[in-house]
Design a binder for this molecule. Structure first.
Ligand SMILES: NC(=O)c1ccc[n+]([C@@H]2O[C@H](COP(=O)([O-])OP(=O)(O)OC[C@H]3O[C@@H](n4cnc5c(N)ncnc54)[C@H](OP(=O)(O)O)[C@@H]3O)[C@@H](O)[C@H]2O)c1
Length: 252
């Protein structure tokens, strides 16, 4: 397909690379800041402009990968007639694009995407479209990029986005806090990498509820007390440690 990408952040960059890798043609990158559009356009080998500029009208699909809030006002800046336009957000309804074009949909990558990471693994996509024809076109594109493509309503996409925040954003925040703790306490955070990977890997084959280990699961009050005393100088981590311990204890 011939594609125009609107946005130049993490998702725009990663999807741009995946599109090119799978033999699609990116015609243009459009972004609020033209210098951001240029950086991505140079990498993808295409033209660029800002949102007020002359947007290429010859593409088969327009992929809008801009911040969630900006999607709501996009129709004031962008009118695409009957051209197929999709957004990439987990928690924004399909209908947000109804005044941008008659044909619209969603191409939501259910993955944490960062433009600085070059090793792109296969991305699962949750997709939707406002008509059968629109949906079929989005499905064709998504399937050319990934073998993991699922239709999802606004409601299901929103629910999965909440779960995605918990499993990815929250666990990464815990990793960051643990890393900071290790640095301050002069122990090697990298020694925890096999543990992090094993914990995540197990979710593919087992229910996490059945895999819980650790002092809270064992109701090991002696060890919990020792940990909390060590965390006296790490108040933020201590607060979260207490909250999560309480949650695990309540499950038992
Ligand atoms: N990153 C992820 O892991 C991920 C995964 C799945 C879905 N998503 C969704 O994908 C979308 C883009 O996320 P991202 O991570 O790529 O964000 P990002 O890296 O922060 O990039 C944000 C983009 O939005 C543009 N933008 C911000 N405010 C704008 C405005 N008022 N008007 C026009 N453009 C505006 C920025 O343009 P300029 O740089 O030119 O200002 C930039 O291109 C979001 O809907 C997000 O929920 C993200």
């Amino acid at each position: 397909m011939q594609v125009v990408i609107i946005g130049s952040g993490n998702v725009a960059t990663v999807l741009g690379r995946v599109l090119v890798k799978n033999n699609h043609k990116v015609l243009q990158v459009v972004s609020r800041h033209p210098e951001h559009a240029k950086t991505l356009a140079d990498e993808l080998g295409c033209t660029y402009c800002d949102l007020d500029g002359s947007i290429n009208t010859g593409a088969d699909i327009y992929i809008v990968a801009i911040s969630d809030g900006a999607l709501y006002g996009l129709h004031n800046k962008l009118k695409l007639g009957k051209k197929l336009v999709v957004h990439t957000a987990g928690s924004v309804p399909l209908e947000v694009l109804k005044d941008v074009s008659e044909n619209y949909g969603v191409l939501y990558p259910l993955q944490s995407l960062r433009s600085e990471l070059n090793d792109i693994k296969e991305i699962p996509f949750l997709i939707d479209g406002n008509t059968v024809e629109t949906f079929t076109l989005i499905q064709d594109l998504a399937k050319s990029l990934s073998s993991n493509v699922v239709k999802a309503t606004d409601e299901d996409r929103l629910k999965l986005h909440v779960a995605a925040v918990v499993v990815s954003n929250f666990s990464n925040h815990l990793f960051a806090l643990a890393e900071e703790f290790c640095q301050k306490e002069h122990v090697n955070f990298k020694l925890l990498t096999p543990l992090i990977l094993e914990t995540a890997q197990r979710t593919a084959t087992h229910s996490p509820a059945n895999m819980q280990t650790g002092p809270a699961m064992r109701n090991d009050v002696f060890t919990l007390d020792k940990h909390l005393r060590l965390l006296t100088n790490h108040q933020k981590l201590r607060y979260i440690y207490l909250k999560l311990t309480d949650s695990i204890l309540r499950e038992n």
